[in-house]
Ligand binder design. Structure first.
Ligand SMILES: NC(=O)C1=CN([C@@H]2O[C@H](COP(=O)(O)OP(=O)(O)OC[C@H]3O[C@@H](n4cnc5c(N)ncnc54)[C@H](O)[C@@H]3O)[C@@H](O)[C@H]2O)C=CC1
Ligand SMILES: O=C(O)[C@@H]1CCC=N1
Length: 275
């Protein structure tokens, strides 16, 4: 499948903006009018510079952001949440009237951004598997966005994976699941590997056992018609060894741990929204 996108600027091409940039550079994607990205330092600008990407650093080019957004139809904001209002205010005089502003910042609402610029605003919440084209991205429309605007936003994030459109009232919740989710997964991999090391495996063997088991289990889920619960039961032989382990895990009430973790992330999103 090929994707055609209009000119794009990424203001703040760090971990997340840089990951989306990788998607835009896929051979299946054509960006008409070019890609321009900005960063604070020359080192970061150099790290994301490649054929087809104009990469500016604020430390060398103080008007980098203004130059990047000129002529851009999509302006992605990849700076930290607390920087969104000031960055957007700085960009406002230079944005094309028909530019779609897409923020990936946690917490910051479209209403807050619409108060600063007259443009269409979208909010997106991708996750770091974007780097390997396997992101899950939540996408919400601001009050001015048309279906066509949303479709452009969707096409941008589909270059790095799957897009789930959601009302903005749900995007902070989505962030606590899939935005932050890779961190939960990696934490589980870390702790589970430590257990394997304590049982006598080398760290390399432990990671092979643990990561391989996650990868294989997810592939099995994707290939089967069964639910995670059904697949779990197929491993759990009655009166077998797994049954004993699962009893321990269930006693730890994993659901309540995930409830608490996501609730804490949601509180933080509201704090970020308040500025
Ligand atoms: N890291 C993640 O897993 C996710 C992050 N996000 C959001 O992405 C945003 C960025 O987070 P990261 O990529 O992790 O941070 P980061 O620190 O890697 O990237 C931020 C980039 O902004 C650049 N920058 C700073 N000030 C600037 C300015 N005035 N103009 C232009 N560029 C400037 C920096 O050079 C840096 O490369 C945040 O708002 C965060 O909420 C969203 C989803 C997931
Ligand atoms: O931790 C954060 O604030 C960002 C949003 C979701 C993942 N990283």
């Amino acid at each position: 499948m090929t994707t055609s996108l209009p000119s794009i600027a990424i203001v703040g091409a760090g971990s997340m903006g840089g990951a989306i940039l990788q998607g835009l550079l896929d051979p299946s994607v054509t960006v008409t009018g070019g890609i321009r990205v900005t960063n604070r330092t020359a080192a970061k600008a150099a790290a994301v510079r490649s054929e087809g990407v104009e990469s500016f650093a604020l430390e060398n080019t103080p008007d980098a952001n203004a130059r990047a957004v000129k002529g851009a139809k999509v302006v992605m904001l990849g700076v930290k949440p607390h920087m969104i209002p000031d960055t957007l205010a700085e960009l406002a005089p230079f944005l094309e009237a028909d530019a779609i502003v897409v923020s990936v910042a946690a917490g910051v609402t479209t209403a807050r951004m619409e108060a600063i610029v007259d443009n269409v605003v979208l909010r997106a919440m991708p996750n770091t598997p974007a780097i390997v084209g396997k992101a899950v991205t939540g996408l919400s429309a601001g009050s001015r966005a048309t279906d066509e605007d949303l479709a452009i936003g969707r096409a941008v994030f589909e270059t790095v994976g799957t897009v789930v459109e959601t009302p903005e009232s749900q995007i902070d919740a989505l962030s606590t699941i899939s935005g932050s989710g890779p961190a939960y997964v990696f934490l589980i991999l870390e702790e589970f590997s430590r257990t394997a090391v304590d049982m006598g495996f080398t760290p390399e063997q432990a990671l092979t056992l643990v990561a391989g088991t996650f990868e294989g289990s997810l592939a099995l889920l994707a290939a089967s018609d069964s639910s995670p619960e059904e697949l779990r039961k197929k491993v759990t032989s009655p009166k077998g060894t797994t049954e004993r382990a699962v009893e321990q895990l269930q006693a730890a009430d994993l659901k309540s741990i995930f409830d608490k973790a996501t609730a804490a992330a949601l509180v933080r999103a509201k704090e970020l929204a308040a500025g």
